[in-house]
Design a protein around this ligand. Structure first.
Ligand code: GDP
Length: 487
């Protein structure tokens, strides 16, 4: 299909700008462009910017100056003949140019169709197509770097040796089966098990890394809760101000009343506005029925703010009890610049917050460390505690560290290790691991080669689906429909 139809779309975002780009791809791209734009010299030089005049075909009237870059197959984004026409960024001119291209025989491009053609023409694999979308949608430089690495083919390169190992095993076993009578040396069982184990360990690491990868890609939500006047807004502003706020917040769902998004260590951190439940916090009994409490429960983690200079109240206890079963929870003992109220020492004893934390210092007793270790931050256990002062900024960097550590425990993978950011990849890796586990059992039990072969294919197929070596059209639809038109 590729190349036969020439496709056209505006590739720059909607609205007015200094420049706007219309892109054409396919066998007639250059012919259509040169029929609409007058150049002083033809043919156009490949990969050179050439100035021309966009002229209305009917009236012959000049409409705009255009800088045109033409690429000849296969050396283009789509691996087809491709033309980029850069005009002044007026939506009227750009739309008219597209209309003229359509009248000249081009077809309007579907969402993601330029990238789809790049994939179908073998210029990029599916992981790279995913990476292009992630790069375009990135909100932080860190996200962009992660996507750029995947665009270079890092994930495919990582999987390649595993695919090769599986293929080698398959080839040897196929040979063993096909030439059973010819006495072809059959591979040792133990060698199969060793090789499968090696792949399994690595793939499991990738699957685990998804927890962090998902957060890098999608960001995380933090609900800040607490009684009035404890310093929630002040802490919120501290967290926002210290990091560059992200200009375009990810639109939240209606159940997710997002207010602002900050960039926390390269990860978009969305704050869930809990203003709606502030009144309800005083009547904690009602909190469960508050609609906005659902947003708190849905958040990736919760930050309960308390005023350490004021007496500990029953409301604090009840709120803490409500929050604990919801999962990841941090407690900020705020206003640490003031003297801690003595009631803290007594009140927090039975709450799983170690009194050592309330003594106003960073010192943590051995006992409290053990307590934290033992309890982790699982359901109904002790929350992580941090002393903060929204006034002086003390403890804010520690708070950020704790937020990241809690939300993304495998963050140490960082940029050094490979990690996946895509749910489709994670599911396919899990499927491959299942195949490997079955194959390993079969090898352990010295099962028939035919059975083991089936399992090896089950392990290999999902890896091929990740890179797109094999694919189904409906999967392509799902992936490329998430692109915008013009990409
Ligand atoms: P919220 O109602 O929980 O959002 O609380 P605010 O952020 O509006 O703060 C309530 C009051 O406490 C304001 O007067 C703040 O200036 C003050 N405040 C907030 N954080 C601190 C802090 O860390 N130390 C001190 N001394 N005052 C603070």
């Amino acid at each position: 299909m590729t190349g036969e139809e020439t496709i056209v779309a505006i590739s720059t975002p909607p609205g007015r700008g200094g420049l706007g780009v219309v892109r054409l791809s396919g066998a007639r791209a250059i012919e259509i462009a040169t029929s609409l734009i007058q150049f002083s010299k033809l043919p156009l030089e490949t990969q050179h910017a050439t100035l021309g005049i966009f002229t209305e075909p009917n009236s012959g009237r000049a409409l705009d100056q255009a800088v045109v870059t033409c690429y000849r197959a296969p050396h283009s984004y789509t691996a087809e003949d491709l033309v980029e026409i850069s005009c002044h960024g007026s939506p009227v001119i750009l739309r008219h140019l597209v209309q003229c291209c359509l009248a000249a025989g081009a077809r309007a491009a579907e969402p993601g169709e330029f990238t789809l053609r790049a994939f179908l023409n073998g210029r990029i694999d599916l992981t790279q197509a995913d990476a292009i979308r992630d790069l375009i949608e990135s909100q932080t430089l860190y996200q962009a770097r992660v996507a750029a690495r995947q665009l270079e083919g890092s994930l495919s390169r990582h999987l390649k040796p595993h695919k090769q190992t599986l293929l080698n095993l398959i080839a040897k076993m196929e040979a063993g089966i096909d030439f059973a009578e010819d006495d072809v040396a059959v591979i040792e069982w133990q060698e199969i098990v060793t090789q499968l184990d090696r792949i399994s360990v690595d793939l499991q690491g990738l699957v685990r890394g998804f927890e962090f990868g998902r957060i890098v890609r999608e960001g995380l939500t933090l609900a800040i809760v607490g009684r009035p006047n404890v310093g929630k807004s002040s802490l919120f502003n501290r967290l926002l101000n210290e990091e560059r706020a992200i200009v375009t917040p990810i639109p939240g769902t209606t159940r997710d009343p997002v207010t602002e998004t900050a960039n926390l260590g390269g990860i978009p951190l969305r704050f869930v506005d809990t203003a709606g439940i502030r009144a309800a916090v005083d009547e904690v009994e009602r909190i469960g029925v508050e609609r906005s409490f659902a947003a708190i429960a849905d958040s990736d983690l919760r930050l309960m703010v308390v005023d350490a200079s004021a007496p500990w109240t029953e409301d604090d206890s009840r709120l803490l009890d409500k929050l604990r079963p919801l999962g990841a929870l941090l407690v900020a003992l705020n206003k640490s610049d003031l003297v801690s109220h003595p009631s803290w020492l007594e009140a927090t004893k039975g709450l799983g917050i170690s009194p050592a934390f309330t003594a106003g210092g960073a010192a943590q007793s051995d006992e409290s460390e053990e307590l934290q270790e033992e309890n982790g931050n699982a359901e109904g256990t002790s929350p992580q505690v941090v002393h903060t002062s929204a006034l002086t900024g003390d403890g804010i960097s520690e708070l950020k560290e704790k937020i990241l550590a809690l939300a993304a425990p495998s963050r140490d993978l960082g940029m050094e290790g490979e990690f996946i950011t895509n749910l489709r990849h994670q599911q396919l890796l899990k499927a491959s691991l299942e195949g490997i586990a079955k194959a390993r059992r079969a090898a352990d039990e010295h099962t028939y080669h035919e059975m083991l072969l089936l399992d090896l294919y089950d392990a290999l197929r999902p890896l091929d689906l990740i890179t797109g070596a094999t694919y189904a059209d409906d999967v392509l639809d799902i992936i490329f429909k998430t692109f915008c038109v013009g990409k």
